[in-house]
Design a binder for this molecule. Structure first.
Ligand code: ZN
Length: 151
């Protein structure tokens, strides 16, 4: 399942509580997030409401309990987040993002083994050269705006 729902940084904090606990009461989300972020109860309730409106959460009634559960998986949301990040740069510079991620990530030996294996598989079908597909004027690959100053 691929999620098309964009999550803000604050919404992501809420979703992490839901993903970690499956079905959660607003009081539990408030407990977790007030500790971490210091947000007001009303702020967290607003975020929960917004996530329901967006279709990222649904409400479930269990007896007298009113619970929130996720309609989007963590993996589909991570996929969306990654795509949003990669889409911000020219295809020829996406390697820079991957490179920064590798440098900044906490990677243990098994994780590095997994990545190396993934790269070898990727290499089998990768093109010789990735080409720019940017909108003209948005990329240093194509200086089509004449007379404009380029940084
Ligand atoms: Zn480009």
């Amino acid at each position: 399942m691929e999620s098309s729902i964009h999550l803000t940084d604050a919404e992501w904090e809420v979703m992490r509580v839901i993903w970690a606990n499956t079905e959660v009461a607003s009081s539990e989300v408030i407990n977790v997030l007030q500790e971490k972020t210091g947000w007001k109860e009303s702020t967290i309730k607003t975020l929960l409401g917004r996530l329901v409106d967006k279709g990222a959460l649904e409400t479930v009634t269990k007896g007298r309990r009113f619970l929130y559960s996720s309609k989007v998986t963590k993996s589909s949301s991570l996929n969306k987040l990654t795509k949003e990040l990669l889409d911000r740069v020219c295809k020829t510079h996406q390697v820079d993002i991957v490179s920064h991620l590798i440098n900044q990530a906490s990677l243990d030996q098994p994780a590095i083994d997994k990545l190396m294996e993934q790269l070898l598989i990727k290499k089998e079908t990768a093109p010789q050269i990735v080409k720019c597909e940017c909108t003209i004027g948005q990329c240093e690959c194509n200086h089509f705006i004449e007379g404009e100053h380029h940084e």
